[in-house]
Design a protein around this ligand. Sequence first.
Ligand code: AGP
Length: 610
Amino acid sequence: MCGIIGYIGEKNCVPILINGLKRLEYRGYDSAGIGIIANGNSEIVKNKGKVSLLEHKMKDLQLYANLGIGHTRWATHGIPNEINAHPHSNLSNTLFLIHNGIIENYRVIKKELENQGYHFKSDTDSEVLVHLIDRFLTLGFDLCKSVQLALNEVVGTYGIAVIYKDEPDKIIAARKGSPLVVGLGNNENFIASDVSAILAHTKQVVYLDDGELAVISKDNFIVKNISDIEIEKEVHEISTTLEEIDKGGYSHFMLKEIMEQPESVRNSMRGRLLPEDGTAKLGGISEVVDRLVNSKRIIITACGTSWHAALVGEYMIENFAQIPTEIEYASEFRYRNPIINKDDTVLVISQSGETADTLAAMREAKSRGALVLGICNVVGSTIARESMAGVYIHAGPEIGVASTKAFTAQLVVLSLITLLIARRKNLSMAEGKKIVEALNSLPDKITDILKLNDRIEQLAEKFKDANNFLYLGRGYQFPVALEGALKLKEISYIHAEGYPAAEMKHGPIALIDENMPVVFIAPKDSAYDKVVSNIEEVRARGGRLIAIASENDNDIDRLVDDTIKIPDTVEMLRPILTSIPLQLLAYHIAVKKELNVDQPRNLAKSVTVE
Ligand code: AGP
């Protein structure tokens, strides 16, 4: 979603802002802009489309400034065009604002301001903020106070950065619901919606919390709360490196991230396995582990791919830890008055740790007294900080909009949580040891699966022109079917549906003809024989059959047109292996269709609005 970067210091901010915006491109955007203030001049340059276009414009203009803000916009109110792009400015072009989030009461405020003579240029909700701040400036308040007073009037969510020609020694930033981080340098400071934008310049950061406002100058920063009281903030050192957020020679981040999975899966369990005891230890939840083990019920809430990981988690936890488990779309959970008891545990899964619906669901669960644990990838993210305890998945930065390595790392962490609870309950040490052993052997097996890349690319060539796909699986493989279908539709724009294989005959079977590729996720597991019957049903109707099967399965070839054979593991961990060929299939189909794999249309990496 929208990205924010701001700079104040002694260098020319233009290349810093442009490079920062390029680092934010992965979040998804449709227009970009920069506002700078220098030597009594203030200038905004913006356009619909890519940051590279903005870069060309800036080169032609040869601008130099020590103070500036930049933005990538993902349209919510008003179509993507130059006028709706940020920064927005007041009428005298002296006050610039960039905004992430949604101002819900913007219509009322806009009307009031228009009655007072303010003229609006854009269709955005964001523009009301700049005029509102301007109104307080004209009443004689300074910039900081004017921003505070304006924010008191708005309902909604925001991460903002504001600069003003008459106070060129500061950036004012404020947060409610949209992440912001202050970056600290030597005689220069930064504001950003995401550390990747400023990683090239500093690793010292301060995370702003909701309701906080920062006054950032080149050699200082002050954070205040809504009541204007100064708050002491902790400075964090970020461990992410620039290499981790580069493509590293791959043509796309998505491919790099798929290929990184032997390592990311290893990292997600590093130091967390106790082979001697056949169990796991998770430092982040050690203080609440008794409460977790004794939970009467576990609710897992998430969105998208993280929700699919949650579904696999339900199978794991109910099978092994024997605690009733429910999976909830975060967007539904928050609005439907859910029954939550004090002896429930709510697991909140989010790669970014910033998804608005998931964050709101987490806050709802917390307010109702449940034990709330976060499972996040992004260190220091809001969900990671606001959950009562949690486990990082340690997948490393995931830049491609389509989640891949975060999914498999989420599954590893869910299996560790399951193992830990199950061993405290009734799983034998011998069984526990088998799972630990299987976990340890996953990275090598993933490496073997990745060697099938060329074979999967051939399959992609064969099926790239299909208009629809069905993905079918049973038991643990049903969520994998959903995830395979989501990957394909996200990046190739081919309509795809995932179903429990047996449900097919209750409706989707009507769709099957010789044009419909049907991907069966059919490893040799407890549901195998039943899945084979479902394969026969599709075969009888002429569907084009593809199977993800176990390497020792010699029977399946005669039933399907194409097979991808992969190494086997214990049932609980199979989704970690079966999902990888599906990631590669989606990737290669999208590449063959010449689509923008890393930034698919309309999608954002981190969905920070409802
Ligand atoms: C995954 O490929 C998607 N881009 C999307 O469904 C994503 O998983 C969802 O938006 C949740 O994101 P989160 O894990 O960062 O909360």
